[in-house]
Design a protein around this ligand. Sequence first.
Ligand code: HEC
Length: 81
Amino acid sequence: MLAQGYDIYRTRCQACHGANGEGQSAPGFKGIADRLSFEKHVEKVVDGVDGTRMPAWKGILTDDEINAVVRYEREVLGAKN
Ligand code: HEC
């Protein structure tokens, strides 16, 4: 699950969010689990954020893939930076 999340993060997310989730053109994930519920986190990935460069991943990633990358961001990157 986390290995799959890492693969997806590396190929789809890190260009904007940074290799270690430290943030680049997009925000970092430090402490994300404390400020965003799991459900809201999934929602942002599914729908993207209107008016910003954050894409909607619905139809590109499966539900399982979205769950995996969200867990990776919360459990690995959120704890790291
Ligand atoms: C093209 C650049 C880009 C890519 C690629 C990208 N994002 Fe984002 N993302 C953004 C930007 C910009 C924001 C900030 C939106 C805002 O201002 O609210 C954001 C916000 C987020 C947030 C909300 C963060 C918070 O603190 O509330 C999450 C979660 C997120 N992205 C997850 C992902 C995931 C997962 C992927 C890969 C599947 C991804 N992003 C790929 C640009 C990107």
